[in-house]
Design a protein around this ligand. Structure first.
Ligand code: ATP
Ligand code: MG
Length: 406
């Protein structure tokens, strides 16, 4: 007869005591009792482990325990116990334990009191959990957040300073090249120089635009973009912005139309910001529309807000890129492969400026059909309008809707 030498040992179901001990070990959680009358203190095994001492060598007394608590935490601990005894209330406190080997543990102590017939407290008891990992994680997170905030502030400050420093010489470059272009103090001589001077001026202007955008973005991010509110007649601003881009739209063979529901519509807002919003949207519309295309600016009055739309029949934005185009520096395709100028800050700034006014922006776009940017601005700018999640759906552009169903 063969004997199975590999027979497995059986495992017994643990009794409650063993199970409790195991639970405490896994959860790094111990329990304790402190009997007031005879000053007897009892700790569970796990509590000894948390404190970094052994049952055999550590004499449980209040004085000895106090030596395990850093001086700065003792006051808090004793105050907690005193209040528990006087007010007979449950207590919950967090303090540190200084293990004899120098290791510091963060612990959370939750306790209760027992009273006798006279209502006197006879015993304090509770659980104590080692929460060091959690506390350290929290501290790390806090430190990382503070570091990130500092770095962010430093970046914004640096950008603001740099932009300011760069603007002054650039203005000189642009101003002097303009004087040379006009040959104010005499002829340039060679025809080629004229072209070069124009190039210098154009590049200078381009750089200045970029620097202004970076400065605006860093101001917005640092919460330092100040709005100067005034009554604005929207037809005038739309008119002036279309004038600014007229040259570009004409050169590109794109027609620009304005459709105002009411010529007198006005809002209380920041002139520079509203102009910039419209300029960014219109220049995008013209930039991303091919010759023969159409750009329309619409303005409607609604009960609580003004609705502005910039609609183009351009190249559109692919659906997978649409959620990102309002992030800073996000562009559908890179400059070198598309021949469009720009840094990808226009829409990010536009979105921030709209939101600073308490408004919302929404883009709808279909490749090779066109793009509609809708903006809702309150009559009186405020940053605390409630977000209406359905707004985007309500404001679906009729232009694109009809195209889609076509
Ligand atoms: P900048 O505005 O800083 O000069 P940009 O025009 O490239 O540069 P944004 O205005 O932020 O940057 O637009 C981000 C990207 O979104 C654009 O690069 C383009 O790919 C896409 N986009 C924006 N508007 C339109 C539009 N009307 N039609 C098609 N694509 C657009
Ligand atoms: Mg742009």
């Amino acid at each position: 007869m063969e004997v199975d030498t590999k027979a497995k040992k059986t495992r017994q179901s643990p009794d409650t005591e063993t199970l409790l001990s195991l639970t405490q070990e896994i959860a790094h959680l111990g329990h304790w009792h402190w009997y007031i009358d005879d000053q007897r203190i009892i700790w569970s095994d796990e509590l000894y482990r948390i404190a970094g001492v052994t049952k055999d060598t550590f004499d449980l007394s209040i004085d000895k325990i106090k030596k395990l608590v850093p001086r700065s935490d003792i006051g808090l601990l004793m105050q907690g116990f005193q209040r528990a005894i006087l007010e007979q209330k449950d207590y919950d406190m967090e303090f540190r334990l200084l293990r004899p080997d120098g290791d510091v543990r963060h612990v959370n102590c939750v306790g209760r009191v027992t009273t006798n017939h006279d209502g006197d407290v006879t015993e304090l008891y509770g659980i104590l959990q080692d929460v060091t990992e959690r506390v350290e994680r929290e501290q790390e997170l806090r430190r990382a957040k503070e570091d990130a905030e500092k770095a962010y502030a430093a970046k914004s400050q640096f950008l603001a300073n740099m932009s300011h420093e760069l603007r002054t010489p650039l203005n000189a470059v642009i101003g002097f090249s303009e004087m040379m272009e006009r040959e104010l103090f005499g002829e340039l001589g060679h025809e080629k120089y004229k072209g070069y001077v124009q190039g210098i001026k154009k590049s200078g202007e381009h750089l200045l635009d970029l620097i202004s955008d970076i400065l605006d973005m860093s101001k917005i991010e640092a919460g330092k973009y100040e709005l100067h509110m005034e009554e604005l007649k929207l037809s005038e601003i739309i008119e002036s912005v279309t004038q600014i881009i007229f040259g570009r739209s004409k050169d590109s063979g794109i027609s620009v139309n304005i459709s105002m529901q009411n010529q007198e519509t006005s809002i209380r807002a920041d002139r520079r910001a509203i102009t910039q919003i419209l300029l960014n949207l219109l220049s995008n519309a013209v930039k991303f529309t091919k010759s023969g295309g159409r750009v329309t600016v619409q303005c409607f009055e609604r009960t609580d807000y003004v609705l502005l739309r910039v609609i183009d029949t351009g190249i559109g934005i692919p659906a997978n890129k649409l959620p990102y185009v309002m992030h800073p520096f996000e562009q559908v395709s890179h400059q070198y492969e598309r021949g469009h100028e720009g840094s990808g800050l226009g829409l990010a700034i536009t979105k921030e400026l709209v939101e600073l006014h308490g408004g919302y922006i929404h883009i709808e776009s279909y490749v090779d059909q066109g793009t509609t940017v809708s903006i809702r601005l309150p009559y009186v700018a405020s940053g605390d309008l409630e977000n209406d999640a359905n707004w985007e759906k309500q404001q679906m552009s009729p232009f694109l809707k009809s195209k889609k169903s076509a």
